[in-house]
Design a protein around this ligand. Structure first.
Ligand SMILES: [Zn+2]
Length: 142
């Protein structure tokens, strides 16, 4: 970087990371910046490393935004399963069979996966079923 170029530095007067004109370098024209002039307040001062205050604020905002979102995203399978079973408590449990015809919200009992709640019909022969620890696609109506 030659003198006359610009550098992003911390201005002690503005208390911000701002563009500065480089006035002098420590070792020749390519050495570290020794002196710079703030383009905002025109103060000439030694080069100060960026405080990164803006970056810190940004990081904090992202972190606080991310925290509640994770809670919403990650509803454990078994919690949702339990909630849906409680909601459908009045429904009869139908033993799962490949020839049975299930509808959304039906409760079925699978010999291997246990009790499940039908989430949606994939097509005329496939249903998506929520079990205690996983969502499975089962064949039906065959
Ligand atoms: Zn300044």
């Amino acid at each position: 970087m030659a003198a006359g170029q610009e550098v992003l530095a911390y201005c002690g007067r503005c208390k911000l990371d701002l563009m500065h004109n480089i006035i002098a370098h420590k070792e020749g024209n390519s050495g570290p910046v020794a002196k710079c002039q703030c383009r905002t307040c025109n103060a000439i001062h030694g080069f100060r490393n960026l405080k990164g205050s803006a970056g810190t604020v940004k990081a904090r905002v992202i972190a606080s935004k991310r925290a509640p979102r994770q809670k919403v995203e990650q509803i454990p399978c078994n919690v949702e399963w339990k909630r849906q079973l409680e909601e459908a408590a009045s429904k009869a449990e139908v033993p799962y069979s490949i020839s049975a015809n299930f509808g959304v919200g039906d409760i079925l009992k699978h010999p291997r996966f246990g009790v499940g709640v039908v989430q949606q019909l994939r097509d005329s022969t496939k249903v998506e079923v929520l079990f205690q620890d996983d969502v499975k696609i089962l064949a039906h109506n065959k």
